[in-house]
Each structure stands twice: as C-alpha cells, then as structure tokens.
Design a protein around this ligand. Structure first.
Ligand code: FAD
Ligand code: SF4
Ligand code: SF4
Length: 397
C-alpha cells in the first residue's frame, strides 16, 4: 500500500472563507489547495522567511553591506532592456511573455503558471497552467489586482508535470518556494515581477474612477518612472496623471492590507525579475539573481536591446518630504501637481536611484502601517534589509 503524503489529506478552503492570515491575506492561492497544510511556514504574512529562503534559493545570503544588494536582493547582474519587436498589448515590451514562450518552445518546461483574465472582466485574474504559446500570450499585461496564482498548484501534481515555470509576484513566490520540494518537480523555474500597492478588484474600480477621465475604457496602467500614472485606453490613446495630483485622501484606503505590510517589492526569491523601475523610461529593468535566471535570459538575449543600468539624482530629500505628505494625505491642486511633476522629472532621481526612491517611500509607509496596526508583528515581519532602509529616515509616530 502506498501512503498518501500528509498534505494531500488537508482540505482547501472554500472561496470567500477567512484565510489563516486573516485581513493580511494577499489571496496568493495557496489556501485554495491542499498545500494549505504548510500555511504556517509558507504564508508571507504569517511567517516572514525571506532571508532564509534567499539563502536556500540562491545559495548565499543577500550582502547587506552592498547598497545594490541591500535594495534589489541577491543578484549576478542588472540591465536595462527592451524587446526589439515589442509584443503588442503587453504591459511593457513583453519580455516576460517572451521568456515563457521560449522556454516552452524549447522544451525546457512542460507548463507555465501565469494569469489570464476572465471573459467578463479584463481585470479579473484567472490563473492557469499554460501549455501553448497562445495561452501564454493570452496572459500578457498586468491584472493589477490580488491574484490567486497558486490556486493551480494541485493541478501540477495531478498532471504529472516535471518541469515548470511559474510567473508571479513576491508574496506568491515566497509561498511557492516554501512548498517547492513538495511539488514533485524535477526543475522549477521562477520568473518574477516587482509588485507594490496592489488592490482588490473593488479597490481597483475606485482607483480608476477617482483617477482616470474614462475608467471604463482603461486597458492597462502603470505608475511610471516619470512620476506620472500612464493609462492606456481601448482606442490606443494614452492619458497621464501626475503622482502628486492623485487624490491621496480618497485613495489611502484602497491598497490591500497585505500590500501595506509587504516588504518584498523586488521579488527576492525569483530566479530572474523583470520590471521597469530601475531603468530610465521607457526601458524595462532586468535583475538576474542566479544561474537559472541567467539561463532563462540567454534564451531571448538576441531579441533584446540592452544597456547598462544608470543611477542619477538624490532621492533622500524627496522621500523624507513624501513620508510626511502621505501621512497627512496631502493632495495638490492638479496644475501645481503637473508643475511639480515636471520639475521632479527633470531634476529627480533616475534609474536605480528612482527604484530606491520608490522602495524607500513604500517601505517607510508600510513600516508605519505595520507598527500602527499590527505592532506585535513588527519585529519578526519586517526583514532586516527593510529595517536598515527605513532607519535612514525620520518617521512620524
Ligand atoms: P507581459 O509580457 O505583459 O506579461 C505580464 C505577466 O504578468 C503575465 O505573464 C502574467 O501572468 C503576469 N501577471 C499579470 N498580473 C499578475 C498578477 N496580478 N499577479 C501575478 N502575475 C501577474 N514593476 C516595477 O518595476 N515596479 C512596480 O512597482 C511594479 N508593480 C507591479 C504591480 C503588479 C500588481 C504587477 C502584476 C506587476 C508590477 N510590476 C512592477 C511589473 C511590471 O508592471 C511588468 O509586469 C513587468 O515589467 C513585465 O512587463 P512585460 O511587458 O514583460 O510583461
Ligand atoms: Fe493563505 Fe496565501 Fe492568504 Fe497566506 S496569503 S493566508 S498563504 S492564501
Ligand atoms: Fe503580494 Fe506584496 Fe504585491 Fe501585495 S504588494 S500583491 S503582498 S507582492
């Protein structure tokens, strides 16, 4: 008689029921499967294990004395990049989809965990295991909402797949790394994106309605390196709104509590990370963390233009002012916001310094959030690298 692994006896939670992390749950999907059995050690909001998992994943810890590693995690190299022939309708130029397609076409993996949208709603996430390039392409562009990507984990075991690529954001990847050895795979590849300020579907609606001139026609948006939100509309037009003109007082509460408590902005446990914030607009930013990530990048190198990362400006005064302004929920009149946006764009931080600006601002805000709302978790929940980053600033009580 073969014995069933203990996790297979666990019961997945029903949709809508309270998750073990309660209000801090980011709906990563783990608890929709029998892998809920491991939730105590896997959930990013119950047991924060970034330091330990970084060492087991990348074979060494983050070097906290090196400013780039302190901020961007363990890595071998970083670069600015863009596809020579962008994928139409991708979030940026489609580097993420291209790596996934190439891995499938070359037989490196049998499936790719990614997230499409439902037929009814372009922003409602629908995680799948893609087995064709068409299915990967149908998952292009961000679904800027909490997405239960790990809800497909049981299907992996049932399908008998041995080689898999998972695309996901930090909280999903921490839970994935914690159960990696239980999945029965020969090889797992992880392609991450940075992630911050995520929202529920209802929160997204509120954001679109308060910020865009035409919420119903928005197909994608991004908080760009030029200090503006760029909305793309169905008719191909682009709308920009300066960060400093956002209705902070209205929007303050839309971010999910998980995302107000998250310190894995740069997806520390992925093999390779593809974002934008460390590259000058309109380039993408690639962080290769380990040999597996290098192997993945090599597959599409000939499809890319690349250039070295840059770092310009001084973020610190702007971060310090921003901490207070956010806390006081300041909203500038739109004309002043536009002017300020222009000035900051011209003299403000660029490249890696912009990425540090964004990390500092979000970590300071999130540190205050955890301190004020979950004070008992503060010491264990905030990783050492984030504590060091936040300690550079004077925070309000
Ligand atoms: P594409 O080829 O268009 O592929 C996008 C991939 O993202 C798809 O494979 C899809 O499966 C996956 N995906 C879509 N929505 C989700 C989701 N909700 N959860 C998990 N996976 C998803 N980069 C930064 O540099 N700074 C940021 O602050 C930042 N915030 C982000 C916030 C969110 C919620 C997300 C999903 C991404 C964020 N990114 C951020 C990453 C960035 O927006 C792009 O996704 C990345 O640069 C890849 O672009 P691309 O054109 O190569 O992707
Ligand atoms: Fe479960 Fe994921 Fe929610 Fe944690 S974040 S409680 S692991 S679904
Ligand atoms: Fe998960 Fe953090 Fe992104 Fe929220 S901000 S979805 S917690 S990675």
């Amino acid at each position: 008689m073969t014995s069933i692994e203990s996790h297979k006896k666990a019961k997945a939670l029903k949709p809508g029921s309270v998750r073990p992390a309660k209000e801090l749950c980011s709906e990563c999907g783990l608890c929709d499967t029998y892998y809920i059995h491991y939730v105590k050690e896997a959930c990013a909001f119950i047991t924060q294990r970034i330091d330990e998992l970084e060492t087991s994943t990348h074979n060494r810890p983050r070097n906290l004395e090196d400013e780039n590693e302190l901020y961007f995690g363990v890595h071998q190299e970083m670069m600015s990049a863009r596809k020579q022939q962008p994928i139409e309708g991708a979030q940026w130029t489609g580097i993420v989809s291209s790596i996934a397609i190439e891995m499938l076409n070359r037989g490196l993996v049998e499936g790719v965990v990614c997230v499409q949208n439902t037929k009814e709603d372009r922003f409602q996430p629908m995680p799948i295991i893609a087995r064709t390039p068409e299915e990967i392409l149908a998952a292009k562009v961000n679904k800027p909402t909490l997405s239960p990507n790990l809800s497909v984990l049981e299907q992996i075991e049932q399908s008998g797949m041995k080689r898999l690529l998972v695309i996901g954001v930090g909280c999903q990847i921490q839970a994935l790394r914690a159960v990696e050895k239980k999945l029965g795979l020969e090889k797992l590849y992880v392609l991450g994106t940075p992630c911050v300020d995520n929202v529920t579907r209802a929160g997204l609606q509120k954001f679109l309605e308060t910020t865009s001139r035409s919420p119903e026609t928005v197909v994608s948006y991004e908080f760009m390196q030029d200090f503006r939100v760029h909305f793309k509309h169905e008719d191909g037009s682009e709308e920009t709104v300066p960060f400093f003109g956002l209705k902070t007082n209205v929007l303050k509460d839309i971010f999910a509590p998980s995302c107000m408590s998250c310190f894995d902005y740069v997806n520390s446990l992925a093999d390779i990370v593809v974002g934008y914030m460390g590259a000058p607009y309109p380039w993408q930013w690639i962080v290769v963390r380990n040999d597996t990530g290098k192997e993945m990048l090599e597959l599409i190198k000939d499809q890319l233009d690349t250039k070295p990362v840059i770092s310009e400006g001084n973020r610190k005064p702007a971060v310090q002012q921003g901490i207070k302004a956010y806390d006081d929920a300041v909203t500038l009149p739109m004309f002043a916001a536009k002017l300020l946006g222009l000035v900051i764009d011209r003299i403000g931080p660029k490249g890696l310094e912009y990425a540090r600006f964004s990390i500092d601002s979000h970590f300071a805000r999130n540190y205050l959030y955890v301190k004020r709302n979950h004070g008992e978790k503060l010491a264990a929940h905030v990783p050492e690298f984030a504590k060091r980053i936040v300690a550079q600033y004077k925070l309000p009580e």
